[in-house]
Design a protein around this ligand. Structure first.
Ligand code: GLA
Length: 414
């Protein structure tokens, strides 16, 4: 008996001592900016500082964009003791000075590495250096790590991500852990205790409806996925997402070459899917339309809703209109009409056709017993316009590759 007690006690102590992920980070999907989509490997400390200045000056920090994330290609080689260093030409002042600067601006700082021998940009990966690297990132003052999956060969994904999670925890600084293995091993099934978010798909490109296939030197190809392809992969995974563990359908391409309608639809759907909102455009050179999209606080509020429930569509309709719902706090709903087609489309929404119960959240729209007031989140109605409610069918024309997006708020029983 005494032996058994000792064993149980030892087992309990072991459980207590094993590392966990940093809790209470990412209670809503992370928001910020990342260098990759626009600048790829062409980064340096001046770009990062200027981007930080812009994030403050343009009010992006006030909108919630607080992480400034440096992606691939910041690295120099490891030294003789295996410690990683920043590229002295691109980052001559050093990473600590840079994160100090970001923190002084009210921002948080993000960095990037890879679970394999090299990063996707062929810089040193973290394999075999996990604890060392985590310690270095913590000492430098980083608050966020994106951890990629190139050059992993026979590495076990569960083991690799758990190892880095433990290393981050042991390093003693709360660091958001953004897993990036592109959905290869279905991380949604096993990573809620490991990462704060996991990529669900391959890389996005600034294309709305058609994937872009690129040739590689070795004769194979790699594909940048379109917004619609990513939506179709990410939508069915909603049951796995929630506060502290989000599906990540990749960073935003708003302002990187799609039409304004497409950018608006892309941003809206990312919000409907409670996705990380990581800007990927050049902040010192953007149009008024791009600015208006990324700073629409009503739309951002859909993404950042405290319930943290990923939205869903009522039916898949590859060539036409789709109707999306997302449960929000206080009995509200977000409602989005997506026009996937290349033609103008008129939507006639008879609310009674959308009396539905979301099994995941247990929430019902109950249009048969409740009236909602509708707020159009992209087009502010004229001040004296009559209030629109669900008492009447909604008729709206949606442009090609565009959306109509509303917030529904309960306004009494029928
Ligand atoms: C992978 C990731 C991208 C980016 C690049 C950097 O492709 O999925 O988001 O980080 O690597 O090389």
């Amino acid at each position: 008996m005494k032996k058994l007690m000792t064993f149980v006690l030892a087992a309990l102590m072991c459980v207590g001592a094993s590392a966990q992920k940093w809790e209470n980070l990412g209670q809503t999907p992370q928001m910020g900016w990342n260098s990759w989509n626009k600048f790829a490997c062409d980064i340096n400390e001046q770009l990062i500082r200027e981007t930080a200045d812009k994030m403050v000056e343009l009010g992006l920090v006030d909108c919630g964009y607080v992480y400034l994330n440096i992606d691939d290609c910041w690295h120099a080689q490891r030294d003789e003791n295996g410690f990683i260093h920043e590229d002295p030409e691109r980052f001559p002042s050093g990473m600590k000075a840079l994160t100090d600067y970001l923190h002084s601006k009210g921002l948080k700082a993000g960095i990037y590495s890879d679970a394999g021998t090299q990063t996707c940009g062929c810089r040193p990966g973290s394999l075999g250096h996990e604890y060392q690297d985590a310690l270095v990132y913590a000492r430098w003052g980083f608050d966020y790590l994106k951890y990629d999956w190139c050059f992993t060969e026979d590495v076990n994904p569960y083991g690799a991500y758990k190892l880095m999670r433990n290393a981050l925890r042991q390093a003693g600084r709360p660091i958001f852990f953004s897993m990036c293995e592109w959905g290869t091993y279905k991380p949604w099934e096993w990573a809620a205790e490991i990462g704060h978010s996991w990529r669900t798909t391959g890389d996005i490109g600034p294309f709305f409806a058609t994937d872009m296939v690129h040739p590689k030197d070795d004769g194979t190809t790699w594909t940048q996925l379109s917004v619609l392809s990513i939506i179709d992969i990410n939508e069915p995974l909603r049951e796995y997402a929630g506060p502290g563990h989000w599906n990540d359908p990749d960073m935003l391409e708003v302002g990187n070459g799609m039409s304004v309608a497409e950018d608006r639809a892309h941003f809206s759907l990312w919000c409907m899917m409670a996705s990380p909102l990581l800007l990927g455009n050049d902040l010192s050179n953007m149009t008024d339309e791009t600015f208006a999209i990324i700073t629409n606080k009503d739309v951002i509020a859909i993404d950042q809703d405290p319930l943290g429930i990923q939205g869903f569509r009522t039916a898949k309709n590859p060539g036409g209109l789709e109707y999306w719902f997302k449960p929000l706090e206080n009995g509200d709903w977000a409602f989005c009409i997506l026009n996937r087609s290349e033609e103008m489309a008129e939507a006639v929404v008879d609310w009674q056709e959308f009396n539905l119960t979301d099994e995941l959240s247990g929430r019902s729209t109950a249009f048969d017993s409740q009236v909602y007031q509708l707020r159009d989140l992209w087009n502010k109605p004229a001040k004296r316009a009559r209030k629109v409610t669900t008492a009447k069918a909604l008729k709206v024309t949606v442009a090609p590759h565009d959306v109509a997006l509303y917030r529904l708020t309960p306004a009494g029983k029928i």
